[in-house]
Design a protein around this ligand. Structure first.
Ligand SMILES: Nc1ncnc2c1ncn2[C@@H]1O[C@H](COP(=O)(O)OP(=O)(O)O)[C@@H](O)[C@H]1O
Ligand SMILES: [Mg+2]
Length: 382
């Protein structure tokens, strides 16, 4: 298959920060970028060549978008299947519809994992309130309930301690299809970000450790603080999963490391991932450039790290007391600031991130947290 060469136009479904960082990588290598979503002046649109605002259900608009590009990828996995099919009638959509279909629904995803022998959390499906009792018996308490589709950053999730909580959580989510998972009292969380090329070439950045706050990623650092055996097993699972999905592009697998050293797959994202943002500053090839190379059929780049690194997310909450003190964070020489061009800093909304490089992951984490602390606006005495 002939590679798609610089100068070509690439279509991105979705228009958030992942599309923005992809578009920056693509433009650096001389590609053009068209983005499609329902909004304008988006994080991706601000740096793309063409920004199309239309509904994902407007299939004529999707067809026009696809006809103007050489390949379509996505940065948002909740794109309706019909939209992907409409685009795929004209150009390759990478990763393909199968990876997207499996990962759009947590029940489908977990069923896929179990039926292919990949280690994951105990789970049960809940289609109606009558399923709750049996589901809870299967996974035990405490449990985590999640909406089967369209949840992200901990949205549509609840930790439940008894049947009463579970019934309430089910109704609280509007009675839609849910998954119940056994609560994993993990040692730590980590992710594997990887890329697979058109010819099956496989690369990864090793285990990246993640810390969440209120179910939202807060800090990531690499390399993860875990034993060689668990990390080797995670790499083995990652390669097997990427092959099984016949993936072309970037995939992130979120894992739990249990207290007895076992690894469990938490969830999959068939696209660059928040935990991989540190690869922009810390690796020879970022996850976004790798996505570009993979979807264009180019050889993949080196994933070697130039140093240990840590990334801290900047949520809208940081704006509570006023505009963050950007110069104070920039004053630390090993810290890089990334902002996504979002206008409205809502609580919990990912507005940007900071990355720090250092000799060890621990010191990088300390520096990045200090830098974020320094962002707090100086309060004027009243
Ligand atoms: N079964 C579980 N046991 C323990 N913690 C969990 C479980 N499921 C989710 N969590 C916590 O919530 C976070 C977000 O959940 P996740 O399933 O990854 O959804 P999202 O799509 O919102 O990232 C996880 O990274 C983890 O910290
Ligand atoms: Mg997650």
């Amino acid at each position: 298959m002939k590679p798609i060469l610089p100068g070509a136009a690439i279509g991105v479904l979705g228009s958030g920060q992942l599309g923005r960082m992809f578009a920056i990588a693509a433009r650096q290598m001389g590609y053009r970028v068209h983005t499609f979503s329902s909004e304008t002046d988006t994080p991706t649109g601000q740096v793309a060549d063409v920004e199309i605002a239309a509904s994902y259900d407007d299939l004529d608009a999707v067809r026009r978008f696809a006809q103007a590009v050489q390949v379509v990828t996505f940065e948002f996995e909740n794109v309706p299947a019909a939209c992907v099919e409409a685009a795929a009638a004209f150009v390759p959509v990478r990763p393909g519809g199968a990876a997207l279909h499996i990962t759009q629904n947590r029940l489908r995803e977990k069923t896929f994992l179990v039926s292919n022998g990949f280690p994951t959390t105990k789970f049960a499906a809940v289609h109606g309130v009558d399923d709750l009792n049996a589901a809870m018996e299967k996974v035990g308490y405490p449990a985590i309930m999640k909406t089967a589709s369209s949840g992200y950053d901990g949205k549509g999730q609840a930790k439940v301690a008894n049947l009463e909580d579970a019934v309430q959580a089910f109704h609280g989510c509007g009675g839609q299809e849910m998954i119940v998972e056994g609560f994993v009292d993990f040692e730590l969380e980590f992710s594997m970000v990887m890329a697979r090329g058109v010819d099956g070439q496989f690369v990864h950045w090793g285990a990246i450790q993640n810390r969440h706050k209120h179910h939202i990623l807060d800090v990531s650092f690499a390399p993860a603080r875990m034993g060689q055996a668990s990390s080797a097993r995670a790499i083995e699972v990652s390669r097997a999963l990427a092959d099984k999905l016949d993936l072309i592009g970037v995939l992130c697998i979120e894992f739990f490391l249990t207290r007895n050293g076992e690894i469990l797959v938490n969830e999959l994202a068939p696209r660059p991932h928040n935990s991989g943002h540190l690869t922009i500053d810390a690796s020879r090839t970022s996850q976004f450039e790798q996505q570009l190379r993979a979807v264009c059929g180019l050889p993949l780049g080196s994933t070697e790290f130039v140093g240990a690194a840590a990334m801290a997310n900047l949520l809208g909450d940081l704006w509570y007391a006023g505009e963050p003190n950007w110069p104070a964070a920039c004053a630390l020489p090993d810290v890089k600031l990334h902002l996504y061009g979002k206008i409205e800093p809502r609580p919990g909304r990912k507005m940007g991130h900071l990355t720090a490089l250092a000799a060890t992951a621990e010191s990088a984490a300390q520096i990045v947290l200090l830098a974020r602390e320094n962002l707090q606006p100086v309060r004027k005495p009243s």
